[in-house]
Ligand binder design. Structure first.
Ligand SMILES: [Fe+2]
Length: 697
């Protein structure tokens, strides 16, 4: 589930300035990004933004005594305008029709790589309630899964609604019938008795998609998965994955890890005295079916590669594993259940853990390391006063009853994974750090320091503080000053010292980012590169919706700990405020040392969704492959699917597939190396089919 946020633009960023021009709108300019190795030129449309000379100089002093005036000036200065937000709003419209078609050659700019073989799936809310009598938050829309299957340089598209029980019943009735977690008030807009204790929300199956063991599931974190046909996208039923899921929920986020090959498992007698570690070489092997990471198990004492395999634990066989989780809340307390499945879909491990001291928590994502499941519990709690005074009256959604508490530390909860090759006997750990909140993690891993200490490193997209006011992505209520100051999504590294319990927190990029993805073959191990979408502003105070895509390279040999995290106030002094053009032309304003960024912007009216990395067949190098990225074009109100060389975003797309319609607003997707389309050389396959449609509500 993608929770949407209203950011408070409190007067906490006390720098005043007044650049005259502030709109990224037209013309052509060239902006550059500094990296460690080189300056990369990117195409960016920034000419209408002020050149540096057009800026008024920053006042150069802190105006603490008149922060209201400061924020007035900032609001006038933001490059995000009402026009931008109107463009963003065009993303949140229903897609009522379902299609199946080949991409005609005339719809493709560039060349689809002929080696690109497999199927890209994505899920997102596609049924938005348009009737003003009813209330439904855009993120509560019914899920629609689309697939684009690639083979021989051809691409085949399908899209289908996830036909959940609630979707079918509402379609039959022609009106909303169910409550949803982000939506305020009653489902039909009535003022009848509002029962706040009815927490049976509709499973909209709209957040993520899981292709696994030849099956396809649509996921929504407050309910069970929906089983779909991976080729036709027909919906079968709500699923407990063959009876293996006993909980009534299944998180929308999961991790797919690749166990070390059998021959690199440590002998048990060595593991008992010398904890093994994986030493990433930033290269991966790609065997026939599984993506095995080229990491050598090494004896910590001499660094020599281990000998023949002796491990016998179930699943430690060098194949991929699906790691997922459920959360359970009730009068008995809060629990989380972890699962590990093998590639045949068989449940290998189920581990249930109590979340001590937790009433309710929004745990959206998980990190898996060699020995731990890691959850980051943000500084939020359920506000009973708000429940009674607002939710009980239908004035806020159940999601909004969860409030950020700056006095509550963030808890990093680590639970031992069963059956690890090292056979280390570990106990759950809870480390705390200053308040923050995380929806999405990049990745995490364990490492040993030079002096032998063990630490767990987590890269995540973190907010310093959040408010679960659901109006942020409501198509009618987003405002320009949402993007002035306050907390926002920033790439953050949490380094957890497992010996002392201390947690170091570092910002790696100034830019606002979201939807990070890695090369899945290094999940749970040190990564050197990842991709995410980002704003076009790159500014200490001003920011905006995602308008670009980044490749972020992190030097694994660089000690990032020498980059301190500035406080909110100090961060606003990192660099003089400047408009977007200057920000991207400058010192990458600002990446931590050891972090290099390569980026691509389309234009000011194009908004990207989550990227998807696809490894190049036969390549063993981390990050060698393609990046798939679907975008929404507000001018045409249609979608494009771009294929980049994942190592050269600033070179622009290798190919762009122009869809003849828009796509549901982006949430999460997955890549399946299996081709799920028709034979591209079969002339009997219709080039275009309409599969069905749904009634608007
Ligand atoms: Fe998510």
């Amino acid at each position: 589930m993608r929770w949407q946020l209203q950011l408070r633009s409190s007067p906490r960023n006390p720098i005043a300035y007044s650049p005259k021009a502030s709109r990224c709108q037209r013309g052509t300019a060239v902006a550059t990004l500094m990296t460690d190795a080189s300056t990369k030129v990117i195409n960016r449309d920034f000419s209408a933004v002020a050149e540096p000379k057009r800026m008024q100089p920053a006042l150069g002093h802190v105006v603490k005594q008149d922060s209201d005036m400061v924020h007035k000036r900032l609001r006038r200065s933001t490059p995000i305008t009402v026009a931008t937000l109107n463009d963003v709003r065009t993303m949140f419209t229903s897609l009522l029709h379902e299609y199946a078609y080949w991409f005609d050659e005339s719809w493709v700019t560039g060349t689809i790589p002929p080696e690109l073989y497999g199927t890209y799936y994505r899920n997102g809310p596609a049924m938005h309630v348009a009737n003003p009598r009813y209330r439904r938050h855009t993120m509560d829309g019914d899920g629609m899964v689309f697939s684009i299957a690639f083979k021989d340089g051809k691409a085949y598209f399908r899209n289908r609604f996830v036909r959940t029980k609630g979707f079918l019943k509402e379609q039959a009735e022609g009106r909303p019938l169910y409550r949803s977690p982000f939506t305020r008030g009653s489902y039909d807009g009535s003022t009848r008795w509002f029962n706040p204790f009815n927490l049976s929300f509709k499973n909209v199956a709209n957040t993520n998609v899981l292709p696994w063991a030849g099956k396809l599931y649509a996921l929504w974190e407050a309910g069970l998965p929906y089983l779909m046909d991976p080729t036709s996208l027909d919906t079968y039923r709500e699923s407990r994955m063959g009876g293996q899921i006993r909980s009534n929920t299944f998180a929308a986020h999961y991790r797919i890890i690749t166990e070390a090959p059998d021959e690199t498992h440590p002998p048990a007698n060595i593991a008992a005295t010398a904890p093994p570690r994986y030493q990433s070489q930033h290269a991966v092997q790609q065997p026939h079916h599984s993506h095995q990471h080229q990491q050598k198990w090494r004896d910590a004492s001499d660094g020599a590669a281990a000998g023949a395999a002796t491990a016998t634990c179930v699943g430690a066989d060098g194949r991929r594993r699906l790691v997922a989780f459920s959360t359970e809340y009730g009068f008995g307390g809060a629990y989380v259940v972890f699962y590990e499945f093998d590639e045949s879909g068989k449940l290998l491990h189920e581990t249930k853990q109590k979340l001590s001291g937790v009433d309710i928590a929004m745990i959206h994502d998980i990190v898996v390391t060699e020995h731990y499941y890691v959850l980051v519990l943000g500084s939020i709690h359920l506000d009973p006063f708000k429940f009674v005074s607002q939710y009980a009256l239908g004035l806020c959604s159940i999601a909004e009853v969860m409030v950020f508490d700056p006095k509550l530390p963030t808890r990093i909860m680590m639970f031992p994974r069963p059956g690890r090759p090292s056979r280390k006997a570990l106990t759950p750990r809870v480390l705390t750090t200053d308040p923050l909140f995380v929806f999405h993690h990049v990745n995490g891993w364990e490492e040993e320091t030079a002096d032998g200490d063990c630490r767990v490193v987590l890269d995540c997209v973190a907010w310093d503080e959040v408010s679960f006011d659901m109006s942020f992505f409501d198509k009618h209520s987003q405002r320009v000053d949402n993007f002035v100051g306050g907390s926002r999504m920033q790439l953050t590294r949490l380094t957890c010292d497992m010996d002392t319990g201390a947690v170091e927190r570092r910002k790696l990029l100034q830019r606002t980012v979201e939807f990070p993805v890695t090369d899945q073959r290094v999940t749970g191990r040190t990564h050197g590169v990842f991709w995410c979408i980002a704003d076009a502003v790159d500014h200490p105070v001003l920011w905006g919706p995602p308008q670009g895509v980044l490749r972020v390279e992190v030097d694994p040999g660089h000690d990032l700990n020498d980059v301190p995290i500035p406080s909110t106030a100090a961060r606003s002094r990192l660099a003089p405020p400047r408009p977007a053009a200057a920000a991207v032309r400058g010192e990458s304003a600002c990446a931590a040392s050891g972090v290099a960024v390569d980026c691509w912007y389309f234009n000011d009216r194009t908004f990207p969704g989550e990227p998807m990395f696809v490894p190049r067949p036969g390549s063993s190098r981390e990050g060698d492959g393609w990046l798939l990225l679907a975008t929404h074009n507000a001018e045409t109100e249609k979608a494009d699917l771009h294929i980049f060389d994942a190592e050269a975003l600033s070179a622009g797309p290798l190919a762009t597939l122009h869809l003849p319609h828009h796509l549901p607003v982006s949430l999460h997707g997955a890549w399946d190396p299996t081709y799920r389309g028709p034979d591209p050389h079969d002339p009997s396959v219709p080039r275009w089919q309409e599969l069905g449609s749904a009634k608007p509500l």
